[in-house]
Design a protein around this ligand. Sequence first.
Ligand code: ZN
Ligand code: ZN
Length: 484
Amino acid sequence: MKNTGSVCVLVLALIFVGSVCAQSKTEEFLLKYGYLAERSGNNRAENPTPEEIEQAILKFQRFTGLPQTGRLDETTKNKMIAPRCGVKDLGGDLAEFRAVSKWPKNLITWKIRQFSETSKMSHGQQRRAMRKGLKRWADVTPLQFRETSGKPTLDIIFGKKNHGDNHPFDGRGGVLAHAFFPRNGRTHFDDDENWVNDKTSGTHLETVAAHEFGHALGLGHSAEPKSIMAPYYQTFPDGFTLHKDDVAGIQKLYGKNPNGPITTTTSKTKKTTPTSTPRSTTTTSPPRGKGFCNHVYRSIDAAMRIDENDFVFVDNGKVIDGRTGQKMAIQNLFYDGPNTVHAAVYSKDFSKAYLFKDNQVWAYTLSHYGQFRLVKDFPKRFTNKYVQKPECAMLYNFHGERIFLVKDGYFVEFMPYYETVAPYRGYKTSDFFLNIPSRIDAAISSDNKVQFIVKDKAYTMPNDVRVVSIRGKPTNLAFNKCQN
Ligand SMILES: [Zn+2]
Ligand SMILES: [Zn+2]
């Protein structure tokens, strides 16, 4: 009896500390990015009032295009922890490009003074990413960029945590990089990120570099979400061109490129004629219409539902986060995760998301702030060769939760408690689940039903009858809608 009392006190204390931390984290964020005014003089010790915080949250929601609730709802929390640039959003007033300050010259030298020590990219590849990032700006202005071995105008370093200014980095995720406005030139990249030069895994250095150089040349953050100067990290699967908002901003500072108009596109509608060089695979397999969260993709590889939010893995390396509607490389959402996913499922009993690739499984918990954290000692290998590269993982919930991996018309149980797959051939799927498709791309499971996805159709099976509908519906109807 004595123990019960102290346990209660401890639980209460934890809840209290938890809410205080959540509050101050939000305030810290709003202050850091310029949404809450800095306190000074007599007001220094005062905390911001709830009204001030509400106003600040509203400003943040307006600047980042979220529903304006003024409350710290899930969507807002998720946005606050998404990967982004460390530079202030400057008060959060709605404005398109902001031209802050400029260099009094058109020849700008640059140098990587400290290369990334953690990236797999060679020094040559890192320099090339910088050169390509700068070229975006050179194309539309009279600016010229030259790499130097002497003292550069743009001083580029990769650093971790405290790296010599008063703006320490924060480890993997969160802040990716920051840069100082003219006439400063310091451009810093967080070396705890996984910098890459392809677009399938990690954080794309060239894209982030183009953004940071925008700051180093004098542009602030833009509220135009498609602009390269938008504060949040975005991926451009088909490469990117500067948005007209970016071009207007930089040309306001430096003027146009005297060597003729370099065409830019406003966003997606770039036409290619049959005579121009075909790029990527889109010419052979045209993308489907807009699917989950308005994204275009060719294939669905896996899917899972956590509470009411869907996570859909597409195109062999991307995931669409139904909480934010954003599509990104899998490892940007699931740190230290696989680069592609064959099957995914969320266990309510264990509060864990499981990702399967080949014969490995990764387990993730979801933090209070909505970040996925890899569970210690994962990924783990399983030896059951029959379900290597599973077609899907289904959660069958009927008088208790069971997780099955499906492959080639058979299913085998995955046992979260033992964190492995049962070691036998398994059972024929059609013996247990009537009308189940013979080949499945993904399954999305909720409490009382499983929906099997095959190409662009979804087939529903209520758990209590175990009969799969013969008529499919468009996959879009299988997913919960995005919040925005
Ligand atoms: Zn920025
Ligand atoms: Zn720095």
